[in-house]
Design a protein around this ligand. Structure first.
Ligand code: 5GP
Ligand code: ZN
Length: 110
C-alpha cells in the first residue's frame, strides 16, 4: 500500500524503533505511548484490520499471536501485559493497517 504509514515503516521508508522482526511480522514502539511499554505488532502483509483477515491468513493469524507472546517475553513483561486491536473508526482505529497494541507497565482501567 503506497501511502500506508505502517507499510512505509515495513519498507524502511519511514523510521521506527523496531523491537522484533520476522519474515512476516514487525514490532515497533508506538510513537505516542499510552503505557511504559507500548509496542505495535503488525503483519508485513497489508491487511486493513481484523475484518480483512480470511482463511488464507490462518497461519499468519497464528504467527501474530505467537509473535505478540515473543515480543512480550523479549521486553520482560510476560504474564503482565494487555493486547488490543481496534477495528474501524467507531472503535478508534486511526491507522488502517492491522496492528495489535501490546501494553504493559501500568495498571489499566480498561
Ligand atoms: P489505532 O488507533 O489505529 O489502533 O492505533 C494507531 C497507533 O499507531 C496509535 O497508538 C499511534 O500513536 C500509532 N502511530 C501512528 N503513526 C505512527 C508512526 O508513524 N509511527 C509509530 N511508531 N506509531 C504510529
Ligand atoms: Zn499497510
Amino acid at each position: 500500500m503506497e501511502n500506508c504509514i505502517f507499510c512505509k515503516i515495513i519498507r524502511q521508508e519511514a523510521p521506527a524503533d523496531v523491537v522484533y522482526e520476522t519474515e512476516e511480522l514487525l514490532a515497533f514502539k508506538d510513537i505516542s505511548p499510552k503505557a511504559p511499554v507500548h509496542v505495535l505488532v503488525v503483519p508485513k502483509k497489508h491487511l486493513t484490520s481484523l475484518d480483512d483477515l480470511s482463511a488464507e491468513d490462518l497461519q499468519l493469524a497464528g504467527k501474530l499471536l505467537l509473535g505478540i507472546k515473543e515480543v512480550a517475553a523479549r521486553l520482560g513483561v510476560s504474564g503482565g501485559y494487555k493486547v488490543l486491536t481496534n477495528c474501524g473508526r467507531a472503535a478508534g482505529q486511526v491507522v488502517d493497517h492491522l496492528h495489535f497494541h501490546l501494553l504493559a507497565g501500568k495498571q489499566f482501567d480498561f
